[in-house]
Design a protein around this ligand. Sequence first.
Ligand code: ADP
Ligand code: MG
Length: 560
Amino acid sequence: TLQKETLGFQAEVKQLLQLMIHSLYSNKEIVLRELISNASDAADKLRFEALANNSLYENDSELKIRVSFDKDARTVTISDNGIGMSREEVIRNIGTIAKSGTKEFFQSLTGDQAKDANLIGQFGVGFYSAFILANKVTLTTRRAGSSEAVRWESAGEGDYTLEAADKASRGTDIVLHLREGEDEFLNDWKLKSIIRKYSDHITLPIIMKKSEWKDGEQVPTDEDETVNKASALWARSKSDISEEEYQEFYKHVSHDFENPLTWAHNRVEGKQEYISLLYIPSKAPFDLYDRERQHGIKLYVKRVFIMDDAEQLMPQYLRFVRGVIDSADLPLNVSREILQHSKDIDAIKTGSVKRVLGLLEDIAENKPEEYAKFWNEFGRVLKEGPGEDFANKERIAGLLRFASTHADTDEQLVSFKDYIGRMKEGQEAIYYITADTFAAAQHSPHLEIFRKKGIEVLLLSDRVDEWLLGSLTEFEGKKLQSVAKGDLDLGKLEDEAEKEQQKKTEDEYKSLVERIQASLGESVKEVRVTHRLTDSPACLVAGEHDLSGNLERLLKAAGQ
Ligand code: ADP
Ligand code: MG
């Protein structure tokens, strides 16, 4: 259709736009950062698609971003010659939010601007941030390989228009029609300093007109200049990169709004040569548990972008890690299929996982408070580790943290090492209990005897805990023992007198036990006298090799 049509934004987009304008107006400079970040992504996408179809370059393979401004029209324009968008892609990418967790996100908003600004950051600001600066945005785009261009325009309120457009060059132009009072952005020096501050790490050249002074005013000339360093940040030496540069680069690769918790930058030489720059975010994204999620590790070969979200490079339990890996050995035309069976990739993955675990061990050891923050965000994901990565099981186990009867709060701060350090004389096992809520674990009658004897028990109530315990059965030679399973044998923790007493009680109640057994019949396997309890009259116990009561409940709830 050539006719101009008006379409409505998805309700969530409308809401997001409102919030964005009201909560982030003090972060105006990020608008340019976000749009340049998108332009750079668009170039990466083109390179990736062109690996299979070189004609997409249309004889223009020098990818770049151009920023310009027009004082009279009061506009700032960001142009790229990346992949561009088809009409359908414009509607899908710019008119709707398809992210999982969107509903939860909007429910979590409080109306408090400072708090909400923070949340929006986690959700991702992206393209819509344009409306912080502009009261009208015109986007004209032509997808690589297509002859039809489309113009999208919106005032960032309820709707937008779409119409066919003429555009000879491939890619996307975004024109920001500045709001009243934003004229400071119509300034050469201002724009260049924002680009250097936030987008210096962008690997493509960001080009602006050179300017010269004329009658006390800076005016653009006809000559181009590259404003950013336009070199791969990760390939530079560590000492040449500032903290801020590392942080801005993180925001670009992760699409995150906040600074990362920490990072590791390494140049690996030897059999496999590669550079890795890996970040641990400070906040979990909304879609951490969405299997379809993207934005993991970007793969480069000798500075050339190969692909986003190369899932072969990081195991699932480290899916929160962001960054780039740049290999010197892989072929430039490497595909996802090749990656799946590549020994080189396996070696890079193994090395990178070690780096990340090392980084986490370092924080855990030296900055326990930061580690606690990390654990709150990503601990449940890390607990998937022992089941997924047998080679690093012990190391991952060392990084785990749990709640326990020691502090008796739901904060997960206790490591296996801490636990072992507090074990009673004669204690051989690490005791734990699983339940579907923390309160249920904490108040379980199974804990009575342990509390009485002052023996610490780990209180496990995350869904993933059962899965964890299925693959982790000991730590440093100490067996992990459920207090709710099997015949509780406290071994050397009981003295002779207690054992004797137990025996006596068993004899005394033999006939009662038999009667209870008879009346419960098939519903139970066995009835026995226990010394587990000090206050409660009875409790349910799972067999040593049976599913725990908690896991049984989980499976039932899942319809198994
Ligand atoms: P994100 O970058 O995190 O995906 P954005 O809101 O920044 O989110 O952008 C939304 C989507 O719009 C992008 O994923 C992309 O598909 C599309 N898009 C935005 N800018 C461009 C561009 N310059 N060229 C091509 N596609 C773009
Ligand atoms: Mg973006």
